[in-house]
Design a protein around this ligand. Structure first.
Ligand SMILES: *[C@@H]1O[C@H](CO)[C@@H](O)[C@H](O)[C@H]1NC(C)=O
Ligand SMILES: *[C@@H]1O[C@H](CO)[C@@H](O)[C@H](O)[C@H]1NC(C)=O
Ligand SMILES: *[C@@H]1O[C@H](CO)[C@@H](O)[C@H](O)[C@H]1NC(C)=O
Ligand SMILES: *[C@@H]1O[C@H](CO)[C@@H](O)[C@H](O)[C@H]1NC(C)=O
Ligand SMILES: *[C@@H]1O[C@H](CO)[C@@H](O)[C@H](O)[C@H]1NC(C)=O
Ligand SMILES: *[C@@H]1O[C@H](CO)[C@@H](O)[C@H](O)[C@H]1NC(C)=O
Ligand SMILES: *[C@@H]1O[C@H](CO)[C@@H](O)[C@H](O)[C@H]1NC(C)=O
Ligand SMILES: *[C@@H]1O[C@H](CO)[C@@H](O)[C@H](O)[C@H]1NC(C)=O
Ligand SMILES: *[C@@H]1O[C@H](CO)[C@@H](O)[C@H](O)[C@H]1NC(C)=O
Ligand SMILES: *[C@@H]1O[C@H](CO)[C@@H](O)[C@H](O)[C@H]1NC(C)=O
Ligand SMILES: *[C@@H]1O[C@H](CO)[C@@H](O)[C@H](O)[C@H]1NC(C)=O
Ligand SMILES: *[C@@H]1O[C@H](CO)[C@@H](O)[C@H](O)[C@H]1NC(C)=O
Length: 530
């Protein structure tokens, strides 16, 4: 049993703090150099206001002509061996600024395709040219193929067409390949803009699982960029541009050939989607994220989660991210809690007695942790740390850092993390044999469970952030660490429970937004040849 003491003294002061791994992020900040009109930020929390909104209001959605309009994708179906024609009038008084004034972004999604199309087979082809003769002779146009349900191209208006006299027109043709099924049809979307990519995809997972219990799951997005005055606690997440889709695990390969298509993922046979989830924003772990609380799942079941981002509502294009799978816990005494009032960094499954409501459980844990913390606060007040420079116990750490680290540590110890899985490092807790008397008597979990021990660096954070006078010490020997703490070894399931600001995990994805990168390369190439 873990002793609940105010100051827990361990064998020796530890030295090697676990540092945050450097994020391997590729820096795309140079990309900002290219002013791309709308400046759609696919990581933005809320729908962009201003430019795009006012633009979208002007768009006439009833226009059925084959003329494509700025940032207004058209959806269509096409039979095998058929060709369909479009045109786009270049607005010579808007665009990307002086040098790139007449760059045109073409993007498209395949929403569905015939079931007999193999991975290897050529998909829909898009031809484009500023010369109308292309409609009778595709060879004078440029050709791009849809790949994984997505295509993009950048057309630069020929210099001659820039002359004031004639407005230039971009001619576009979509051609379907042959198919052994003569009635085979594809459904696709195509969007043209002088300002931005109408469709995008991103090879980051971007959303991730926080934790599950037998019947619910908490999923968060990555850090969102946001406007300065964004208030996470009062913002209405109904207006978020993110949508989440939960698919049955049997569909994990459904979008194998269309995995870059926003349209396909949105229109697939999802089990549940955004409107069924509790949505809110959180700053847990440091950055602003949107969270989705998914209820009504089956226990011990695998699911696939897809996050998509919608630009300007659900009809005007969007981005799809890489999906991820997760598995709910077995039936047992674990219950997923989040958004605690005092222990605000806690978001995981905790032990619970049979039949207890989540609200009551949350309050019981939270109030107890707050009570214990109050005594620490009194001790903290005895130490003058923010008076003069000389009295500051550390040049970089403040009393607030210490309070914060202490609080996170306290919450991680007072509120054990519960699992029904037997994984190396997890500690089996029989009934009446939990971490503390408080858990045994006040919570009284009804069944045995596995406890995911706090990470040793939760302890190390207080040693780092608090005055030496407090005498906080953490275990350094592997033997003593494994009694009360553990390390995060990475892997499918967490090996220890981290409470506090996020430590970068092993799976630090390459933050490449591939299609953007390609566009930037293309633009660079244009500058060089200008
Ligand atoms: C062309 O772009 C300008 C500037 O964005 C806009 O004011 C104008 O209405 C556009 N013209 C057409 C025909 O859309
Ligand atoms: C793809 O095509 C190549 C040859 O063009 C063939 O060797 C390969 O087996 C095909 N793969 C699939 C999955 O059909
Ligand atoms: C369009 O293409 C045709 C055939 O290649 C060519 O003869 C004609 O000059 C082109 N027109 C323009 C405006 O480039
Ligand atoms: C041919 O395609 C049509 C339309 O997609 C579909 O309804 C039909 O089942 C397909 N036939 C075969 C033999 O796959
Ligand atoms: C954010 O909104 C909450 C609830 O409306 C309010 O209590 C809080 O003061 C706001 N914070 C800021 C920084 O405006
Ligand atoms: C959020 O916005 C939706 C739709 O506009 C509205 O129905 C809902 O009541 C709002 N929620 C809050 C908490 O303001
Ligand atoms: C999110 O933002 C916070 C605060 O800026 C930062 O500490 C954290 O490392 C970020 N997380 C990721 C995954 O980038
Ligand atoms: C849960 O399982 C039942 C019975 O197998 C099934 O009908 C239902 O769709 C499942 N629900 C979810 C969310 O997986
Ligand atoms: C789709 O699959 C391709 C190839 O398997 C992969 O490179 C790409 O990152 C995937 N896209 C998404 C959005 O997951
Ligand atoms: C707080 O300190 C008081 C007096 O030192 C003590 O009686 C009380 O039990 C402590 N509370 C907790 C929750 O440790
Ligand atoms: C747990 O302890 C309580 C009292 O401390 C006792 O009444 C109960 O029988 C114990 N339960 C088990 C399963 O040992
Ligand atoms: C202690 O455990 C850690 C994590 O498993 C391991 O990396 C390290 O080598 C171990 N140290 C000793 C002295 O066994």
């Amino acid at each position: 049993m873990f002793p609940v003491l105010l100051f827990i003294i361990f064998v020796r002061l530890c030295t090697g703090l676990k540092h945050r791994a450097d994020s391997q992020a590729l820096d795309f900040s140079d990309a900002n150099f290219f002013d791309v009109g709308f400046d759609l930020d696919i990581n933005e929390a809320i729908e962009p206001s201003g430019h795009i909104d006012s633009f979208l209001q002007r768009v006439d959605r009833d226009d059925k002509s084959k003329g494509l309009h700025e940032f207004t994708p058209i959806q269509n179906t096409i039979g095998q061996s058929q060709t369909q024609y479009y045109s786009f009038n270049v607005n010579t008084s808007s665009g990307l600024g002086e040098y790139y004034e007449f760059l045109i972004f073409l993007t498209g999604n395949i929403c569905s395709q015939p079931s007999n199309v193999k991975e290897n087979e050529t998909s829909l082809a898009v031809y484009y040219s500023f010369n109308s003769s292309m409609f009778s002779n595709f060879e004078i146009g440029q050709m791009v193929l849809y790949e994984n349900g997505y295509f993009q191209a950048l057309a630069d208006v020929p210099v001659a067409a820039n002359s004031e006299s004639d407005d230039s027109v971009l001619y576009i043709a979509v051609r379907a390949p042959q198919n052994t099924n003569t009635s085979a049809i594809w459904s696709y979307e195509i969007g043209v803009s002088q300002n931005d990519l109408v469709f995008q995809w991103d090879d980051r997972t971007w959303a991730s699982l926080v934790d599950t219990d037998p019947h619910s799951a908490l999923i968060v997005t990555g850090n969102l960029t946001t406007k300065e005055d964004f208030n996470a606690s009062s913002a209405n997440a109904t207006h978020s541009r993110y949508s989440l889709f939960i698919y049955d695990y049997q569909y994990r390969d459904l979008f194998k050939q269309l995995n870059n298509s926003w349209c396909a993922v949105k229109n697939g046979p999802a089990l549940m989607s955004t409107s069924q989830f509790q949505r809110s924003y959180t700053t847990r772990g440091g950055g602003l994220q949107q969270q989705f609380y998914v209820e009504g799942l089956n226990s011990s079941t695998k699911y696939v989660a897809y996050l998509v981002s919608n630009f300007g509502g659900s009809k005007f294009g969007g981005a799809v991210y890489q999906p991820f799978t997760f598995e709910t816990m077995d039936e047992g005494p674990c219950s997923l809690l989040y958004d605690l009032d005092f222990c605000d960094q806690v978001a995981y499954s905790v032990p619970m007695p049979y039949g207890q409501s989540k609200e009551k459980l949350r309050d019981t844990y939270d109030n107890y942790a707050r009570e214990v913390y109050t005594n620490f606060s009194k001790a903290m007040d005895q130490i003058s740390c923010e008076t003069t420079n000389d009295a500051i116990f550390s040049p970089v750490r403040t009393c607030d850092d210490c309070r914060n680290s202490y609080k996170n540590w306290l919450c991680s110890v007072m509120i054990p993390r519960c699992s029904t899985r037997d994984i190396k490092g997890y500690k089996l807790r029989e009934v009446n044999n939990s971490r503390s008397d408080f858990i045994n008597q006040e919570i009284a979990p009804s069944d045995p469970y596995f406890e995911i021990l706090p990470c040793v660096n939760v302890c190390q954070a207080i040693v780092r952030d608090c005055p030496a006078d407090f005498g906080f010490l953490c275990p350094t020997k592997n033997g003593s660490i494994s009694l009360s703490y553990y390390w995060d070894d990475g892997g499918e399931f967490p090996t220890c429970n981290y409470v506090g600001d996020v430590i970068a995990t092993v799976s630090a994805a390459t933050r490449a937004i591939l299609n953007w990168w390609m566009i930037m390369l293309m633009i660079s190439a244009l500058i060089i040849t200008l």
